[in-house]
Design a binder for this molecule. Structure first.
Ligand SMILES: Cc1ncc(COP(=O)(O)O)c(C=O)c1O
Length: 454
């Protein structure tokens, strides 16, 4: 499979000698539980290209799990961080306010869906945004119940885990979990019973949710429903629009707040700034992180002003929340997404990936489903002999891609889906080279692993 490539070069071996030595040290000093998808030790990265410590060059289709919509080290962001670092690294917003926090808070109220007064709190990580959205929702409603969905992912803190719905590796033997958290069923079109149309299945899922409110928890006990408009970790599941709208309207009916967790879907990934607008809903609260600041740790909750104002001074926040470095980086990222039309670019990238796999699907019947919104595309693989999730095939595929210079991630409760989270600044040529690496890897893996599949 060693082809001449324009962008990729793994001639030092993967990992190379220096990388292998560092990985040995990592094994000694970093716990096993901190997983590594790929044994790459990164030296530097620009745009959609990552260079490791041995000088190997990789194309990046993982984007630090969807953190780099604006690309690795965008010049505007790097300059803003440098300037900021020279003047003020941190004063803690609770102790010494700074303008960039307020500027970013304002900007997020402007670009999030909903033409009503909003406010924003800034934090550090996606899980922390989720934690705070829940605290705010409970304080505002005076209710305790929080409903999330099957196949959801909301982070690794106690509450994040409690709301998450993939047992291994996220929750196994980590309980007991936070009380008053409930799981409703999320549509999963792969499991749609044969004979039901999508419309009928949507009705079925809506009725299931209404039944859940009778059998699991009463609406007046629920503070909030939290939903990823497109599920990320759970397999890039795009729910039927009517399902999302109906849940939203049931929430409205019962005074339940709707929290859209846009940590992975936000900032252009799905072809609009936020996926919620494509479902034509205006969430009460939105959680954001990942691509907000091109990799500088920062997160946010933006929501209706009266809801955001429910907690009293000191009840929400934290030492590092909305650090000056994160704020200036985020303001530059948002400007870049706007000025370079990265939302439109996400749609182009998504179409290219989908078209490519539709073509491949005619040759490989292990490609079961091609789905997604914008550039958030997932490809689900099954073993066509028994229609079972092809976890081993996907593991071999991602490994072979890595060995040939492409960083790519899996997703889904069976880890049988590959997901595309490349920077949106990727060029067509880079994208095509990456797709070709996947095609060659698929050919190799299918012929080696499951000879009868093809
Ligand atoms: C939808 C969603 N919510 C929350 C999180 C947690 O974010 P973090 O890992 O920054 O805590 C993630 C991370 O993948 C996510 O995809």
């Amino acid at each position: 499979m060693s082809l001449n490539r324009k962008f990729v070069n793994v001639s030092a071996g993967v990992p190379g000698q220096k990388g292998a030595e560092i990985i040995e040290q990592r094994k000694q000093y970093v716990p096993n539980g901190v997983g590594n998808n790929t044994p790459i030790v990164v030296e530097k990265a620009h745009g959609a290209i990552v260079e490791d410590v041995d000088g190997n060059l990789y194309l990046d289709f993982a984007g630090a799990i969807g953190t780099l919509n604006a690309g690795h080290t965008p010049a505007e962001v790097v300059n803003a961080i440098k300037n900021q670092a020279e003047n003020l690294i941190h004063s803690c917003f609770h102790v010494g306010m700074y303008e960039s926090y307020i500027e970013l808070a304002k900007k997020l109220t402007e670009i999030t869906p909903g033409d009503f007064n909003k406010k924003t709190i800034l934090l550090n990580s996606g899980a922390e945004a989720v934690e705070n959205a829940v605290k705010i929702a409970r304080k505002f409603t005076g209710r305790s119940g929080i409903v999330s969905f099957s196949r959801a992912f909301h982070g690794r803190t106690l509450l994040g885990m409690s709301l998450t719905s993939k047992v291994k590796p996220y929750k196994y033997k980590m309980g007991p979990f936070a009380p008053a958290t409930y799981k409703a069923q999320f549509p999963y079109l792969t499991n749609k019973p044969e004979g039901l149309s999508v419309e009928e299945y949507t009705d079925f899922c809506i009725n299931q949710f209404k039944d859940f409110l009778l059998t699991e928890v009463s609406p007046e006990e629920i503070a909030a429903v939290i939903m990823e408009p497109v599920q990320g970790e759970g397999g890039f599941n795009v729910p039927p629009k009517r399902f999302v709208q109906e849940i939203f309207s049931v929430c409205k009916q019962h005074g339940i707040l709707f929290i859209a967790d846009e940590v992975q879907t936000g900032f252009g990934r799905t072809g609009s700034f936020f996926a919620s607008s494509q479902f034509e809903i205006e969430p009460d609260l939105i959680t954001m992180s990942k691509s907000l600041a091109a990799g500088v740790p920062i997160s946010a909750v933006t929501g209706r002003a009266e809801i955001m104002d429910a907690p009293n001074p000191g009840e929400i926040g934290g030492t590092y929340g909305g650090s000056p470095l994160g704020c200036v980086a985020a303001l530059e990222v948002i400007k870049k997404i706007e000025e370079e039309n990265l939302c439109d670019r996400a749609n182009e990238i998504g179409e290219k990936i989908k078209d490519y796999f539709k073509e491949l699907q005619t040759e490989y019947n292990c490609i079961f489903d091609i789905r997604g919104l914008g550039a958030m595309v997932g490809i689900e693989f099954v073993d066509p002999r028994d229609n079972q999730p092809a976890k081993d095939l996907v593991a071999a595929l991602t490994k072979t891609c890595y060995e040939n210079g492409l960083i790519i991630l899996s997703a889904g409760v069976h880890s049988n889906i590959i997901r595309f989270l490349s920077p949106l600044v990727i060029s067509d040529e880079e994208l095509e080279e990456g797709l070709d690496i996947i095609k060659c890897a698929l050919e190799k893996v299918v012929s080696e692993l499951v000879t009868e599949v093809k």
